[in-house]
Ligand binder design. Structure first.
Ligand SMILES: *Cc1c(COP(=O)(O)O)cnc(C)c1O
Length: 338
């Protein structure tokens, strides 16, 4: 980061939890088939770890550092029963000797597989609520569990859905500093679309803010996997505004180079359209790269469809942020059997 141009930003404390910097790789066969003249690169954030894999660990490095600095010994967070974020939090908690409680949304009889299996193996306490109860009472549930642990003498830190908040934003600001070096090594200098999946918006927010801070020649395209573009535009702005307030002071007004695309949600969150499932199979056999049906498959499908329709103009390079999700893929075996 150009500290000189932003002298008032204090870096937040960070725990080293993931394997960064992650590799930046050219997908030769995918570029040939889907690039329409562009080279398609992938930032391998699916390689941040073997079990704490994916984008959430980048956010947790800052969130958990903050929680520990506040003297917290317990993490409470929430998400879908196959949440990658909850799994990452459960495992990070085990690695650091912290208690973890997960408030999960789903069928109380959900099969113990994928991320949910790892949550329980990592020793997290889990309570599952139906979608209805979860949606109506989540803030109360978070508070109730917080009070429960407090009454046992613990101090809790509550992490919001997906770790998307002002502290978590740092994770992808930091990733942009890596990308600046990746661009330099790959000699990418022209304006470049960077594509990521957006579920709770924190990755898009961090990338957008980071791109502005390091002057990356890029536009960040968040491909929505659940809510619409208006929701994500608002959420990205809210997370960045909260970050500015906490770390940079109110006089800092970056222009965020980002847009949300909401044409690839398909049947809904966690449910992939057949074209996405086909693409997952194809990319796996073409490059040995595994996308997932909840996030990265939809975002990758969005990227190649936009490239085919010149939705990004005629870029020389396109970068895909592979945000992980392998265990979510393994929880959808039935859908992937041909
Ligand atoms: C959570 C998640 C995303 C979305 O990131 P947000 O910061 O929540 O928008 C994308 N891909 C994977 C695999 C994820 O687990």
């Amino acid at each position: 980061m150009r500290a000189s141009s932003f002298p008032r930003i204090d870096r937040a404390p960070r725990l080293a939890l993931g394997n960064m910097s992650t590799p930046f790789q050219l997908l030769e066969r995918v570029s040939e088939r889907y690039g329409h003249g562009a080279r398609i690169w992938v930032k391998r954030d699916d390689m941040t770890g073997s079990v704490v894999t994916g984008n959430k660990v980048r956010k947790l490095e800052y969130i958990v550092a903050h929680a520990k600095a506040q003297g917290c010994d317990t993490l409470i967070t929430c998400g879908a029963v196959q949440s990658n974020h909850c799994r990452a939090t459960a495992i990070v908690g085990a690695q650091l000797g912290m208690k973890v409680h997960l408030i999960l949304r789903g069928d109380p009889e959900a099969p113990l597989e994928g991320n949910y299996l790892l949550d329980t193996l990592a020793g997290a306490n889990v309570s599952i609520y139906t979608a209805e109860e979860y949606q109506q009472t989540l803030p109360d549930l978070m508070r109730q569990w917080d009070e429960h642990y407090a009454s046992e003498g613990h101090k809790c830190w509550q992490i919001p859905t997906g770790g998307s908040d002002d502290i978590g934003v740092w994770g992808y600001v930091n990733a942009c500093e890596e990308l600046a070096l990746d661009f330099e090594r790959a000699r990418i200098t022209a304006h470049t679309p960077i594509v990521c999946a957006s579920g709770s918006g924190g990755t898009q927010a961090g990338l957008a803010l980071g791109a502005a801070l390091v002057d990356l020649p890029a536009t960040i395209y968040g491909v929505a996997v659940c809510d619409d573009a208006a929701y994500f535009d608002e959420k990205v702005k809210a997370d960045v505004d909260a970050w500015i307030k906490r770390y940079a002071g109110d006089s800092f007004h970056p222009v965020l180079p980002t847009r949300t695309i909401d044409r690839y949600i398909g049947p809904g969150y966690g449910k992939a359209q057949p074209e996405v499932l086909n693409l997952i199979r194809e990319i796996a056999s073409l490059e040995g790269l595994f996308l997932d049906p909840v996030y990265t498959g939809k975002a990758f499908f969005g990227m190649v469809t936009e490239l085919a329709n010149s939705g990004f103009g005629k870029p020389r390079d396109v970068v895909f942020i592979h945000t992980g999700g392998i265990f979510g893929l393994l929880a959808q075996c039935d859908e992937l059997i041909m």
